[in-house]
Design a protein around this ligand. Structure first.
Ligand SMILES: Cc1cc2nc3c(=O)[nH]c(=O)nc-3n(C[C@H](O)[C@H](O)[C@H](O)COP(=O)(O)O)c2cc1C
Length: 166
């Protein structure tokens, strides 16, 4: 079995976490993997933050609408994009995915919590003292899974096509 494929297939959004610390090396490695994502013109227009203080986790959770479980995560990553970069959204989404998969490779679950289009994006930026030229793209609370839900996926044949000719 190919390891990369296994990691991708096993990933699920995790919203309940064990009270178990994540080693610093895993966090550092995941950040490195995020920073290796492809970017338009190789601009790498991002800033990655980590939050572990309970007080700050609670404050972020309180700002969100569908991310209240951030308060119970061991860590919350925050991905910010440079507003002036044309493709910051695509670039930061690619980085978020690599972050998720790097964590998953160590059995650490996470859940993408929307940022960029949310009313709380600015409040999270200010809370974390991130400079104004950045905007929040994603929040990623993480921890060892306490509960794994397996939502259904669309059938592959319904979401793929191969070269439609007349
Ligand atoms: C851009 C984006 C924003 C999301 N925002 C939230 C969110 O605010 N809260 C949440 O609980 N899940 C959020 N999710 C996770 C999705 O709900 C989840 O990926 C989807 O239900 C499929 O489940 P799976 O990740 O386990 O395959 C988000 C996912 C993406 C890609």
């Amino acid at each position: 079995m190919n390891l990369g494929i296994t990691i991708i297939r096993s990933r699920r959004s995790i919203r309940k976490y064990k009270d178990e610390p994540i080693r610093d090396e895993i966090i550092k490695e995941a950040l490195e993997c995020a920073s290796l994502a492809p970017t338009a013109r190789n601009e790498q227009p991002w800033l990655f933050g980590t939050v572990t203080r309970l007080e700050t986790l609670k404050a972020i959770a309180a700002l969100t609408d569908h991310g209240k479980f951030i308060a119970d995560a061991r860590i919350c990553f925050a991905v910010f994009g440079e507003r002036d970069a044309t493709y910051y959204l695509e670039d930061c989404c690619a980085a978020t995915t690599q972050l998720i998969l790097a964590l998953q490779s160590h059995g650490v679950g996470s859940c993408w919590v929307a940022g960029e289009k949310k009313h709380y994006a600015e409040d999270v930026r200010k809370l974390l003292n991130v400079p104004e030229n950045y905007t929040l793209v994603s929040l990623l609370p993480a921890g060892y899974p306490e509960e794994i839900k397996v939502p259904p996926k669309k059938d592959l044949e319904d979401v793929t096509f191969s070269e439609v000719c007349d």
